[in-house]
Each structure stands twice: as structure tokens, then as C-alpha cells.
Design a protein around this ligand. Structure first.
Ligand code: PEP
Ligand code: MG
Length: 575
């Protein structure tokens, strides 16, 4: 067994195809005579030209097949290619140091890589892989070697590589490549992002695996677990084959529900939306037929980078999602930084209890220029779609009113500048602090919708840190205290005739989703892969039957009783 780290979920079964990059073996520096300078420079120029043409082609094709965000990876490669400090510098050193084109390029690439690798930010360190990729592309042209081709297989394979470049992965044979395993690679690597978009299971950090497997060895793994098994015995193989069959059968059944309404047998229609973190996730939303976005966690646009995204950069991201989701609504949550989410470039004073500290709306109200920039970007984007905007971690009416006043201030500023802003946009609150749930009757009078963030509501209601592994049994969505709060919030929303959704994990949990449906919830926002299974479930149930569960469940006394009873009821839910 080869331990690694989970990078993209799914069950992989296939024969090993090993990839070991020659660039990892150091090349000797080659000197040339003064008379060869022009010849070597011409070789470099032609390699650069060919790489430029290739990249333009890749940008066009990835834009179509994977989307704008993935193609941006190669736009960045093009920028490296155009950077005078890179190729032009290498060109000069052919003349000044009498280096061959290959050596000049290698020296410059290594310098760039080590500069990026020494940077503080994880994001910038990960960019070293992009330089390596473009350096390898140029070296291939200089040496006449073809790029490693992973685009054409005739049987199921698992690629086992020292590392993979975005160029290699964007060109994968998606019909036969069943999994990816690399020795290197991190959380922010572009390759893992592409793998997730393509829904190819992936493990990273599987130490020394390339030298320990042979081409053709059978490999199985579960991308969510992050352990690879080489040459599995019959029992293990049967287990993986049956897991994969189940997953594939479900996929197939679920696909039939694409385009169908999210409606119960007796006509109660609800919205099944997706939770996303970046515009890149639009592809996945579409694949799972999401009816809009119920939670756009915008803080991801601010993370893994060296500085704050500009207003324009944010505007482009919000606009892309709003346009891409039409005619559905997109609920953009203003940034929820703090707690476990830090920004290296925003100095937050060290706190003893970050989850109870300057987080979400509190941080925004303490850093108004940053907050207003985000609100400007969101309002500018509102012109391009159907927007809902909501504030995280609200615990009092004053916070909501202050945030709304700032939003209005920004709206008036934009209108004065003649910037178009949508006439109709909805303003809501995330209900994730028990105090907010308890005053939801008051909050409901001041907003257009609620979205219940049960991930946090559970931790604050039960005083259980959601990150603490040893407290997992206490972090229960079935806790009667949590469910009573959720019910109270739904009731408050109904009374004021505003819509109410849940965007915490429980929205995609079958038996809890049914209970929420019975409680009258209007919108369920979840990880996109859960949407079709939940639609299937809802379509097989009757709302009036589910309503009859609510009283009984709310009268039970413990989480375990509730979980047990809901599991029983789930079996009777289908009419
Ligand atoms: C929640 O708290 O339920 C939620 C959806 O927000 P996050 O998980 O981003 O804190
Ligand atoms: Mg939350």
C-alpha cells in the first residue's frame, strides 16, 4: 500500500502507466564557440515561437472543454514566455556566457523555479510548477523530443508520475485515464484542480511510487481515502470493482434526472442549488444540473495568493458566475475570513479562540475599505444576473443593519458614477450563530431570505469545535437543540413570508434533507455531486407525509434517538 494525500475523489482501477520526467536529471552545462551564438539564438527563438503557437491552441481548446479558469493557467504560461526576465535573459546569456540554447534556458528556468520556491506564500511556491512546465515545453522543442503524450490510450490506465504538468493533464485521454497518482503536488497545484474538474480520482504525495511499480501493474485506489494499492489480491480487487460499479450505476441513474424538476409527488417544488468556491466550479454545477448557487464562498478568491484581489478581479469572477447561472439565482456570501481561514497578507491579531473572534461580518465591519471594495464588485456584477447577497456570522440586528447601510452607500456611489446596478437584488443573512436563530423573527423583518449555515450552527449551538477530531461524536446535526433552532428559523421566515434555505452539509444528507423538506424549507444548497441523488429522493416522496414527521422528531430527546428514528422513517418515505 502506498500512502498519499487525497486530491480528487472517486474510485480508480487501471493498469499503471509510469511517467518519469527527464528534466529531473541534471543536464551538464554546454558551452559553444562564439561563431555558434546566432545559430543557438535562432534555435531558441524558434522553440519560443512554436511554444507560443502551441499555448495559444491549448488556451482555445481548454476554454471550450474545461472553462475560462483552466485556460487562464496557460495564459499565465504565455506570460512567463513573454517575460523579458525569462527568455530574453536566456537569449542574452547565449551571447554573454557562450552557453548552448538548452543550457541557457535550463539555467534561467532553474533560477526562476528556485525564486518561486523560496517565496513565503504557498500560492507563489506552487507557481514554480508552471515555470517548470513552460521550461520543459521549450526544452522539448530544442531537443526535438515530443511532450509526454497522455492523450491516447486503448485500455484503462492509472497514470503514476513523479509529477504532472498542467499541459499534460489538460490533454488527458478522459475515456481511458481512470486515475492519477503523483509523488509530488499540493493542495493548490493546478493539476489537482483540473483533475477535480474532470472528475478523475487523484492522489498526491505517494512517495517513491514510480520506482516501485512497473508499467501494466494493476492499481486501485479511492481518491477520497488517499491510499493506492498495487497488484491487489482477488478479495481487495472485488471490493473495489463492486464499489466502482455502485458509483457508476448511481451516476447513470442520476443522469436521467437532469432537466427534471425538484418536486415531490404531491407538487411541493423546491430549489436544489450548489455550493461553490470559484467560477471554475461552474462546470461541475452544470454537470449536476444545479438550480443556481445557494452559497458562493467568496473567501476562496482571497486565499492562496500574495495580495488582495482587486475590485475588477473580483467583479470578473462574480460576473462570470452570475452570467453562467442564468436564469437561476446566485447567492454570493461576502467573505468569511477568520476562524480557520486566514489571509497571509491581512494581519489579524493572534486570537485565543479564532472561531469566536474577528470572523465573517465582524472582520468586514472592522475593515470597511476591504468590505466596500467587495460590495462594489458584487453590485457591479449584479447587472449581469440574478443576485442574492448574504452576510456570514451575523449575531445581532445592529450588524445586519450596518452591513445593509454600507451596501446602500456603495450602491448610491455606483449609481452616481453611472455604473449599472441590478434594480432587484435580494439581501439575506446566514443563520449560523444561535443568537441569530433566536432573534430570527426580528432579522426576518429586515431581509429577503435566510440561509441556515448548519456547519457553524452545530458548532456554536453545541460548543463543539468543528475542526476537533476527538469531538466528532459530539458534533451532531441530529442534536435536538440544533434541529429546534433550525425549525424556529424556518418558522420565522414563513411568518415574514421570506424564503429560507440551508447551505450547510446537512442539505445533502438524505434523511435530514427529508426532515427539512417536511419543515417547509424552500432551498437546499449542497456540494453539486449530491444534487441529483437528493432530487431523486424528493421526487419519490410526498410532502404531506414528510410534514407529519416533524412534530414527532422535535419531541425526541437525544441525537441518537433522532438519528435512529429518521433512518427508520427514511425507509418508509418512498410512496
Ligand atoms: C456553514 O457554516 O454551514 C456554512 C455553509 O459556511 P462554512 O461551512 O463556509 O462556514
Ligand atoms: Mg459558516
Amino acid at each position: 500500500m502506498f500512502p498519499g494525500r487525497s486530491a480528487a475523489p472517486g474510485i480508480a482501477i487501471g493498469k499503471a502507466f509510469r511517467v518519469q520526467h527527464t528534466s529531473n536529471t541534471a543536464r551538464q552545462t554546454e558551452n559553444i564557440s562564439a561563431s555558434s551564438v546566432h545559430e543557438e539564438q535562432a534555435k531558441l527563438d524558434s522553440a519560443v515561437e512554436r511554444a507560443r503557437l502551441e499555448l495559444r491552441e491549448i488556451i482555445n481548446s481548454t476554454k471550450k472543454s474545461l472553462g475560462q479558469d483552466e485556460s487562464a493557467i496557460f495564459e499565465a504560461h504565455l506570460m512567463i514566455l513573454e517575460d523579458p526576465e525569462f527568455v530574453a535573459h536566456a537569449r542574452a546569456s547565449i551571447e554573454n556566457q557562450l552557453l548552448s540554447a538548452q543550457s541557457a534556458l535550463q539555467t534561467r528556468t532553474e533560477y526562476f523555479i528556485s525564486t518561486f520556491e523560496a517565496m513565503d506564500s504557498e500560492y507563489m511556491r506552487a507557481r514554480a510548477a508552471d515555470v517548470k512546465d513552460i521550461g520543459q515545453r521549450l526544452q522539448n522543442h530544442l531537443s526535438g523530443q515530443a511532450c509526454i503524450d497522455l492523450s491516447n490510450f486503448s485500455e484503462d490506465v492509472v497514470i503514476v508520475a513523479d509529477e504532472l504538468s498542467p499541459s499534460e493533464v489538460s490533454n488527458l485521454d478522459t475515456k481511458f485515464v481512470r486515475g492519477l497518482i503523483t509523488e509530488q503536488g499540493g493542495r493548490t497545484s493546478h493539476v489537482t484542480i483540473i483533475a477535480r474538474t474532470l472528475e478523475i480520482p487523484m492522489i498526491v504525495g505517494a512517495k517513491d511510487i514510480v520506482s516501485k511499480v512497473s508499467d501494466g501493474d494493476l492499481i486501485v485506489f479511492d481518491g477520497e481515502v488517499g491510499e493506492a494499492f498495487v497488484r491487489p489480491d482477488a478479495e481487495l480487487l472485488t471490493k473495489f470493482v463492486s464499489q466502482k460499479k455502485q458509483v457508476d450505476a448511481l451516476h447513470f441513474e442520476n443522469k436521467a434526472l437532469i432537466g427534471e424538476a425538484s418536486i415531490t409527488l404531491d407538487g411541493r417544488k423546491v430549489v436544489l442549488a450548489g455550493n461553490i468556491g470559484t467560477p471554475r466550479d461552474l462546470v461541475v454545477l452544470k454537470r449536476h444540473d444545479a438550480e443556481g448557487v445557494g452559497l458562493f464562498r467568496t473567501e476562496f478568491l482571497f486565499m492562496d495568493r500574495a495580495s488582495m484581489p482587486s475590485e475588477n478581479e473580483q467583479f470578473e469572477a462574480y460576473k462570470e458566475v452570475l452570467q453562467g447561472c442564468m436564469p437561476h439565482m446566485v447567492v454570493i456570501r461576502t467573505m468569511d475570513i477568520g476562524g480557520d481561514k486566514e489571509l497571509s497578507y491581512l494581519k489579524i491579531e493572534k486570537e485565543d479562540n479564532p472561531f469566536l473572534g474577528v470572523r465573517g461580518i465582524r472582520l468586514c465591519l472592522q475593515n470597511k475599505p476591504i468590505f466596500k471594495t467587495q460590495l462594489r464588485a458584487i453590485l457591479r456584477a449584479s447587472h449581469y444576473g440574478k443576485l442574492g447577497i448574504m452576510f456570514p456570522m451575523v449575531s445581532s440586528l445592529e450588524e445586519l443593519l450596518e452591513a445593509k447601510a454600507l451596501l446602500e452607500e456603495v450602491r448610491i456611489e455606483l449609481l452616481k458614477e453611472n455604473v449599472p446596478v441590478a434594480k432587484h437584488l435580494q439581501v439575506g443573512v446566514m443563520i449560523e450563530v444561535p443568537a441569530a436563530a433566536l432573534i430570527s423573527d426580528t432579522l426576518a423583518k429586515h431581509c429577503d431570505f435566510f440561509s441556515i449555515g448548519t456547519n457553524d450552527l452545530i458548532q456554536y449551538c453545541c460548543a463543539v469545535d468543528r475542526m476537533n477530531k476527538t469531538l466528532v461524536p459530539l458534533y451532531s446535526p441530529y442534536h435536538p437543540g440544533v434541529l429546534r433552532l433550525v425549525y424556529q428559523v424556518i418558522q420565522s421566515a414563513k411568518k415574514e413570508q421570506i424564503w429560507v434555505g440551508v447551505c450547510g452539509e446537512i442539505a445533502g444528507n438524505p434523511n435530514l434533507a427529508l426532515l427539512l423538506l417536511g419543515m417547509g424549507l424552500d432551498e437546499f444548497s449542497m456540494s453539486p455531486a449530491s444534487i441529483l441523488p437528493i432530487r431523486k429522493l424528493f421526487r419519490s416522496c410526498s410532502y404531506s407525509h414528510l410534514q407529519s414527521w416533524v412534530k414527532e422528531i422535535l419531541e425526541l430527546q437525544s441525537a441518537s434517538q433522532i438519528e435512529h428514528r429518521l433512518t427508520e422513517l427514511l425507509k418508509t418515505a418512498h410512496v
